[in-house]
Design a protein around this ligand. Structure first.
Ligand code: HEC
Ligand code: HEC
Ligand code: HEC
Ligand code: HEC
Ligand code: HEC
Length: 344
């Protein structure tokens, strides 16, 4: 499962560690600020997260437990204390005996425990083993998540994941010393999500609407991670007389079910319409001629899809969504680029 160039070993899912909760409790006693952030993070919640549990009920494979309850034996349901631990301090910092930490330029007060300062732990390797992987039983050409490759192909490739996802904060418990944050809030944080994509909306002709999506400070596709994420782009004519349906476009990865080995249906990726860093994405809508004189409203929303009930993307069950931006365009043809952001 871990990438081939991983020089820091991520814990192998077949290795079980019943003592992990006790070791983790030790870390928690001495590192209260980081512990408070980790508690309630999606890492700590990885086997309790209701969205994971709903998906897992639909596809209850031992494979899933390997990452979502990484300290437990994936072949059977995890004991409660390992399900509660999720991705623990010890999962990332202590995949083997040694305690891993990032290298430091300046000397630091030594802790009460030995550390191995590994350059790889300050890089992509600290995340790669879990944030990129193929569908169960398949190879590198059938990836369920591929954030690591997206990052390697992006203009931010020289910046480690921690640069953006573990920002520096100051620790009141330690006299305001700077430390790396551990809450990994990401797209659940509206401000961070909004900073990730900017939208320009224009009406190049009375019957046309064009939205251009450009990524901001992001190191991979938007959205990334779970395969069912997407951006929903909508346009609706504002008709004073009767309510009108929205037109939709979905920017995500598209899969089709195809017969695999032994006739079992497997998901085959047929298109990837997400927004990539350095590649602005243009989405065009056409209006009926009689609507050319009406104003339109538009929106761009980040959606976490729980399941697709049919080939009709509009019927997807959405587990959570956040509006990135919305606005209105008047009918007059305009070269004026309107960029509007909604406020929460
Ligand atoms: C008895 C208290 C204690 C325990 C238990 C403990 N630590 Fe520490 N740790 C410290 C102190 C004190 C330091 C040095 C000051 C600092 O950097 O926070 C430190 C330093 C560290 C550092 C290096 C910070 C740097 O300089 O880059 C890491 C990483 C770390 N601890 C992780 C852990 C993990 C993971 C565990 C559990 C396996 C753990 N610690 C258990 C007290 C403790
Ligand atoms: C042992 C496996 C593992 C490692 C190592 C790991 N993660 Fe995760 N990460 C997960 C799992 C599992 C989840 C999802 C939990 C859930 O939502 O059910 C997750 C969730 C996240 C999220 C939240 C995504 C969201 O939907 O909001 C971010 C951001 C993230 N990880 C970043 C990182 C970064 C950066 C690193 C490296 C410093 C890292 N992770 C290392 C397993 C891991
Ligand atoms: C230049 C900054 C930057 C770098 C580098 C970066 N990310 Fe992100 N990441 C973001 C932003 C901003 C978001 C929120 C927007 C989005 O969903 O893409 C995000 C979102 C995510 C999510 C949540 C996906 C979702 O839709 O909820 C995961 C998981 C993630 N990143 C993992 C990683 C990993 C792993 C790496 C390293 C390989 C990495 N990121 C590198 C900025 C960055
Ligand atoms: C998802 C993986 C992951 C988890 C879970 C995690 N850490 Fe970390 N931690 C890291 C990485 C990676 C770094 C180094 C970031 C850098 O400096 O590049 C780090 C840095 C640290 C540091 C040094 C912070 C600083 O900058 O001074 C301490 C201390 C630490 N972690 C303790 C903990 C404790 C305690 C827990 C559990 C409550 C925990 N970590 C959970 C990945 C993780
Ligand atoms: C190799 C590690 C790995 C395996 C195996 C794995 N996941 Fe995940 N999963 C992750 C990571 C990392 C994330 C976080 C990325 C994100 O949230 O976009 C995640 C996120 C998710 C999410 C999104 C949770 C949320 O809160 O948005 C769901 C749902 C999910 N996984 C279900 C599953 C199911 C079901 C399986 C088995 C079929 C599975 N995962 C197998 C690593 C894994």
């Amino acid at each position: 499962m871990p990438g081939p160039m991983t020089s820091v070993k991520v814990k192998s899912p077949s290795k079980t560690s019943r003592d992990a909760p006790a070791r983790n409790a030790d870390c928690e006693t001495c590192h209260p600020t980081i512990t408070a952030e980790w508690r309630g993070s999606l890492h700590q919640q990885s086997y309790r997260d209701p969205e994971f549990l709903r998906a897992f009920r639909r596809e209850p494979l031992p494979f899933c437990r390997g990452c979502h309850a990484p300290e437990a034996d994936p072949r059977r349901p995890p004991p409660a204390e390992l399900a509660d631990l999720g991705v623990g301090c010890v999962t990332c910092h202590q995949p083997e005996e040694e305690l891993l930490a990032a290298p430091r330029d300046e000397p630091r007060e030594p802790g009460p425990h030995a550390l191995r300062r590994a350059p790889a732990f300050a890089g992509v390797d600290a995340c790669a083993g879990c944030h990129e992987f193929p569908f169960p039983g398949r190879g590198a050409d059938a990836l369920m998540q591929r954030t690591i490759q997206e990052h390697a192909a992006s203009p931010a490739r020289a910046r480690p994941c921690a640069d953006c996802h573990m920002t520096l904060r100051t620790d009141p418990e330690r006299g305001g010393a700077p430390y790396r944050a551990h809450d990994f809030r990401s797209t659940r944080d509206l401000a961070q999500l909004r900073a990730a994509v900017s939208i320009e909306a224009r009406r190049p002709a009375p019957d046309r609407v064009e939205l251009t999506l450009t990524t901001g400070d992001v190191g991979h596709a938007v959205p990334t991670g779970d395969l069912n994420r997407r951006l929903a782009v909508t346009v609706r004519v504002i008709d004073p007389v009767r309510a009108r349906p929205r037109q939709h476009r979905y920017l995500g990865r598209r899969f089709e079910a195809r017969p695999g080995p032994g006739g079992v249906l497997v998901r085959e990726e047929v298109a990837d319409e997400r927004v990539f860093p350095g590649e602005p994405k243009r989405v065009r809508f056409e209006l009926a001629p009689e609507d050319a004189e009406l104003a339109v409203e538009w929106s761009v929303t980040h959606q976490r899809v729980e399941s697709f009930l049919s080939a009709d993307e509009r019927s997807a069950v959405v587990a959570g969504e956040l509006e990135i931006a919305a606005g209105r365009l008047d009918p007059a043809p305009s070269d004026i680029i309107q960029q509007e952001r909604s406020t929460p």
